[in-house]
Design a protein around this ligand. Structure first.
Ligand SMILES: NC(=O)c1ccc[n+]([C@@H]2O[C@H](COP(=O)([O-])OP(=O)(O)OC[C@H]3O[C@@H](n4cnc5c(N)ncnc54)[C@H](OP(=O)(O)O)[C@@H]3O)[C@@H](O)[C@H]2O)c1
Length: 256
C-alpha cells in the first residue's frame, strides 16, 4: 500500500463496519488519522476497532437522529473536532415491478437518504461553527440514471445526489467542503442479491477504497468511477428519453 498523508486528524465514518468504509477506516488509521467508527453494535465493529488503536467504535443507528447528535458530541468531547465525516451506511434491495418489495423500498430510502441527512444534521453545526470540516457522502453511479431492477436503490441514490448538490450550493464559502462519492459495482455483501452477470466492471473493496482515498484529500465536489461507466450513465442521462430508454433496454438485454 502507498504511504499517504491526509489533511484530516479525526474522521467520523458511518457504515464503518461495512466492506468499503471499513477498508477506508483501516487505511486512514494506518496513515495516522484517528477514526471514530459508527455502525450498529456488532462483532464486526468491535473487530474493526481492535484492528488498530487509532480506531474507536461509537455504535449508533443512523436512523435515530438524536442518537447521532449525541454520538457526534461524545466523539468531539473525547477525541476532538471531527474534520472528515464519511457518511457510508447504506443498503440495497432487489426491485421487481411484479412484486414490489415495499418494505425493502422504504428501508432503503430510510437508510440511504434519512441516514445521510441525520448524520449531516449532527455534524454540520459544529463544523459550521468552526468554519472548517469535510463531509463525504457515499452515493452510487446508479443515482445518475434510472435502470431496470434498481428502483429502490437507484431512487435513494438519486435523492442523495440531489441532496449533495443542494448542500454544496449552500456550503460554498462556509469553510466546510463536501464530496459526493459515486462508485460503480464493488464486490461487497451489499449487492450479493444482484445478478453477477449484470455486475459490470466490478471492483474489490480495496480498489474502491484506494480510488476514494487517492482523490478525497483534494476535497473535490465529486469522485466517480469507473470512468467508462460514469461517462456512459451521464451521457445516457443527458440524452432525449426517446433515445436513452431504447438504448438502456437494448443494453440490459445483452446482459441476460
Ligand atoms: N457495494 C457496492 O457495489 C457499492 C457501490 C456504490 C456505492 N456503494 C455505497 O457505499 C456504501 C457502503 O457500501 P458497502 O457495499 O461497503 O456496504 P456494506 O458492506 O453492506 O456495509 C453497510 C454498512 O452500513 C451499516 N449500517 C446498516 N444499517 C445501519 C444503521 N441503521 N445505522 C448505522 N449503520 C448501519 C452496516 O453496519 P450494521 O448493519 O452492522 O449497522 C455496515 O457497516 C453504501 O452507501 C453503498 O450504497 C456501494
Amino acid at each position: 500500500m502507498v504511504e499517504r498523508t491526509y489533511p484530516w486528524k479525526l474522521a467520523w465514518i458511518t457504515g464503518a463496519s461495512g466492506a468499503i468504509c471499513g477498508e477506508v477506516a483501516r487505511r486512514l488509521a494506518d496513515a495516522g488519522v484517528s477514526v471514530a467508527a459508527t455502525a450498529r453494535l456488532s462483532e464486526k465493529l468491535d473487530q474493526l476497532a481492535a484492528s488498530n488503536e487509532r480506531i474507536t467504535a461509537y455504535p449508533a443507528d443512523v436512523l435515530k437522529s438524536d442518537e447521532l447528535k449525541a454520538t457526534v458530541a461524545k466523539i468531539e468531547a473525547t477525541l476532538g473536532p471531527i474534520d472528515l465525516a464519511l457518511l457510508g451506511a447504506g443498503m440495497y434491495v432487489p426491485f421487481d415491478i411484479r412484486n414490489i418489495d415495499l418494505d425493502g423500498f422504504h428501508r432503503t430510502m430510510a437508510l440511504n437518504v434519512d441516514g445521510v441527512i441525520n448524520a449531516a444534521a449532527a455534524v454540520l453545526p459544529p463544523m459550521l461553527a468552526r468554519n472548517s470540516g469535510h463531509i463525504a457522502i457515499m452515493g452510487s453511479l446508479f443515482g445518475y440514471s434510472g435502470w431496470p431492477e434498481t428502483g429502490s436503490y437507484g431512487a435513494s441514490k438519486a435523492a442523495v445526489i440531489n441532496l449533495a448538490e443542494s448542500l454544496e450550493l449552500e456550503l460554498h464559502g462556509t469553510g466546510v467542503d463536501l464530496t459526493l462519492i459515486n462508485p460503480g459495482f464493488v464486490d461487497t455483501p451489499l449487492n450479493a442479491a444482484y445478478d453477477p452477470k449484470k455486475k459490470l466492471f466490478v471492483m474489490s473493496p480495496a480498489v474502491c477504497a484506494g480510488r476514494i482515498l487517492k482523490k478525497l484529500p483534494r476535497k473535490p465536489y465529486e469522485i466517480a468511477f469507473p470512468t467508462k461507466v460514469e461517462l456512459f450513465l451521464k451521457t445516457v442521462r443527458s440524452m432525449p428519453r426517446a433515445i436513452s430508454f431504447p438504448l438502456i433496454r437494448w443494453f440490459t438485454k445483452t446482459l441476460q
